[in-house]
Design a protein around this ligand. Structure first.
Ligand code: GDP
Ligand code: MG
Length: 720
């Protein structure tokens, strides 16, 4: 007998990852399901007699087509046909968890139920009769405590039995009430007669999906056999009309009601007994009385979020500085060992500064993810989403959109790349898209130096107020644009999804480390490769084609004449430096980037941007902090430290081409224009299509430009 493949399926937070890690230890491989960004984890396990492959399916509540995760999970089950499904349920929350079990049963997969968190159930005084549950469900049920690796041998042995013997035949068939049952009979007949998708799905399940109006399955059906598809749709329409007329309801609701009814009926047959007083509040509920309180809750939330930022910035300060030193040192080494020339310039300006700038964020990202993993694993994040859900719904978003906003820089500093990744917690594709398209509006850590530079140069007296105002502006714009998107390109009903609050738990250190590491590595991998390419490209654009020979010769002559004139050594040095500066500016102006900047001037003057600003903005597409360093270069200041920007601020303030109005227009533009390249790549991957990446670039840039033009034109009128 060969190795068996077992798939883990269960609700989010039921302990799937914990079980997966306990079963497979370090022997796991993380990849993606084809075509989507849902993570696919595969590992091997040697418990239960035979070595087996374990596949971790995404956490899901149901097998509808409302979220990518659900579609991925069920496609895996029906296409790959694992030898058995290990369905993990949370023993302390059986009613909700068994909803998925019901659907897995209907899908006809060979399965065993792993009843996890038996320790929690016991401590709550719940006594679960597993034998009875097993008889009523018609599948084997094994008690486990994943966190302490209890019951894993029995579980794997049971899974092995199921895989060897095939599915149990004693499974109950759910009834969905007269109307639906009758429709199901008719539809199953059609399906069997025409052999409609019967190779992939059980007939009854397929009929149910048609009744539920499952877009994914219906379009699959329409493609496979339009005639059968039409016949089924007719039946569905008839049933739907009948239900509407008689009961004022629709098939999907009736089906869900009956599933819950079935579960209730099972649980009420003495499967779960409470050992002590049921009126006693659980610890979680008591904590929630405070943490989700109407007034206290939001205050605590703000404090917790500020705490998260404090934690992140305080603890990452040292390693960030340390990494910066490493890159500075690498720069010095290259500087000392290589002769001046294009290769050295490429290494220093292109690779070390570009890639170093991004990798320098790694410690910060790690601490941030650690903090967020803590909030998530402990169950608090769900409360934050719960509290903000109502506000966000008004804008066509969802409570779970809050965290991506905050991670992207909603409080102060952050990064849209993990922010975009954080949208994975959203179930509805449209709400998720609206969130990931607007999250880059937040003031990420890379925009902050730019804002600091401009505010410092022109509005130094009101720095704090300005920053606060710009933070508020980011949120307002993100919410408003989300609302507009949800009414236009992303129109659609909000997902019928009740936010539920998992019980509070103290996270395990191991779990936190695994979560942190997974996410950090993703960042390093994605950002590292993309940034490398773009840095080199940008460097080349700002370097080539260089000055024509005649010009170079002219600067040489100038230098020679300065040296020949002689005089005080310091003055000579100064004059030579000035000539170097002029040459650098001339070269920049003649470079590809310079030409691009100048040609953009014909439009950008509307917002008050000259060619230098344009180059900086084009560069800022690689990473927003590049705006500062590029402006520095363009104003012949050579290298400008993006963190300080002191002297550049003075230059800008003194420059006749600049005014507070120009600065404000630039601030607005930088805040809202195209997300940086890495973010665009992430948006494209997360949204599943390059079209959305392109949309974000075009839409945000146009939006930012109109906004900046408005600020500049109106400001100029008032200011003049
Ligand atoms: P997933 O979302 O299904 O992958 O859930 P996780 O594996 O991340 O587990 C969620 C939380 O439940 C973590 O804090 C685990 O430590 C905890 N957990 C998992 N299994 C058990 C268990 O059997 N008993 C207890 N008390 N906690 C558990
Ligand atoms: Mg997990």
């Amino acid at each position: 007998m060969g190795t068996h493949t077992f798939a883990l399926a269960g609700n989010p937070n039921c302990g799937k990852t914990t079980l997966f890690n306990a079963l497979t230890g370090g022997r796991q491989h993380v990849g993606n399901y084809p075509g989507v960004t849902v993570e696919k984890k595969v590992g091997t396990c040697s418990l239960g007699g035979n070595p087996s492959r374990i596949v971790d399916l995404p956490g899901i509540y149901s097998l509808t087509a409302y979220s990518v995760e659900e579609v991925v999970a069920r496609n895996y089950l029906s296409d790959e046909r694992p030898d058995a499904v290990i369905n993990i349920v949370d023993a302390s929350n059986l009613e909700r968890n068994l909803y998925l079990s019901c659907q897995l049963m209907e899908l006809g997969v060979p399965m065993v139920v792993a009843c996890n968190m038996m320790d929690v159930a016991r401590s709550r005084g719940l006594d679960i009769d597993l034998g009875k549950l097993s008889r009523l469900l018609g599948v084997e049920v094994v008690a486990i405590v994943a966190r302490n690796s209890k019951g894993l041998d029995e579980l794997m042995a049971a899974a092995g039995r199921v895989a060897a013997g095939g599915a149990s035949s004693k499974r109950p068939v759910l009834s969905y009430g007269d109307d639906i049952d009758r429709a199901l009979l008719g539809m199953v007949e059609i399906i069997q007669e025409k052999n409609f998708l019967t190779a992939t799905y059980p007939a009854r399940w397929l009929a149910l999906k048609y009744l539920e109006g499952d877009g994914e399955v219906c379009s699959q059906g329409a493609a496979a056999d339009p005639e059968a598809d039409r016949a089924l749709r007719l039946q569905v329409e008839e049933t739907a009309r009948h239900l509407r007329d008689t009961l004022d309801t629709y098939p999907e609701a009736v089906i869900a009601d009956h599933r819950y009814g079935f579960i209730k009926a099972i649980l009420q047959q003495d499967v779960v007994r409470r050992q002590f007083d049921a009126s006693r509040l659980y610890v979680s509920d008591r904590i929630d009385l405070v943490l989700t309180h109407r007034f206290v809750g939001p205050l605590v939330m703000v404090a917790v979020l500020l705490g998260l930022y404090h934690f992140t910035f305080t603890y990452s300060e040292l390693p960030v500085a340390w990494l910066e030193n490493v890159f500075a040192w690498a720069g010095d080494v290259v500087d000392g060992f290589l002769a001046d020339g294009p290769f050295k310039s490429l290494l220093m300006a292109g690779i070390i500064d570009g890639v170093g700038g991004v990798l320098g964020f790694v410690p910060l990202i790690m601490f941030m993810f650690f903090g967020i993993a803590f909030l998530e694993d402990s169950g608090y994040l769900a409360r934050v989403a719960f509290m903000l859900d109502r506000v966000f719904r008004m804008f066509g978003l969802h409570g779970s959109s809050v965290m991506p906003y905050i991670v992207s820089g909603g409080i102060a500093g952050g990064c849209a790349v993990p922010g975009v990744l954080a949208t994975r917690t959203l179930r509805s594709p449209k709400e998720r898209l609206a969130t990931l398209l607007t999250a880059p509006f937040m003031n990420c850590g890379a925009k902050l130096p730019v804002l600091a530079l401009l505010i410092g140069a022109f509005f130094a007296e009101h720095e704090a107020v300005f920053l606060l105002g710009l933070t508020a502006l980011a949120w307002v714009m993100a919410l408003l644009v989300a609302k507009v998107l949800r009414h236009t390109v992303l129109r659609g009903e909000p997902t019928p999804f009740v936010m539920e609050l998992p019980p509070y738990r103290f996270p395990t250190f191991r779990g936190l480390l695994i979560h942190t590491w997974e996410k950090t590595w993703q960042y390093v991998k994605k950002a590292g490769t993309v940034i490398l390419g773009i840095s080199v490209l940008l460097w080349a654009m700002m370097t080539y084609p260089g000055l024509p020979e005649g010009e170079v010769a002219r600067f040489e002559t100038d230098r020679a004449s300065v040296v020949a004139a002689g005089g005080e050594a310091e003055r000579v040095e100064q004059r030579l430096a000035a000539i170097d500066g002029l040459e650098a500016e001339a070269a920049l102006k003649n470079s590809l980037a310079g030409r691009l900047g100048r040609s953009l001037e014909s439009v950008s003057y509307l917002a008050g941007f000259d060619w230098r600003t344009n180059i900086a903005l084009v560069g800022g597409f690689a990473a927003k902090e590049v705006v500062v360093s590029t402006l520095g270069t363009a104003y012949s200041l050579g290298e400008v430290d993006p963190e300080s920007g002191g002297s550049l601020a003075k230059t800008l303030a003194a420059d006749p081409g600049w005014s507070p109005v120009t600065a404000l227009a630039l601030v607005v533009f930088v805040m809202f224009y195209a997300p940086c390249f890495v973010t665009v790549v992430c948006i494209s991957r997360e949204a599943g299509s390059w079209k959305w990446g392109a949309f974000a670039m075009a839409f945000n840039t146009v939006f930012a430009f109109l906004f900046a033009v408005g600020v500049f034109q109106i400001g100029s009128l008032l200011y003049a």
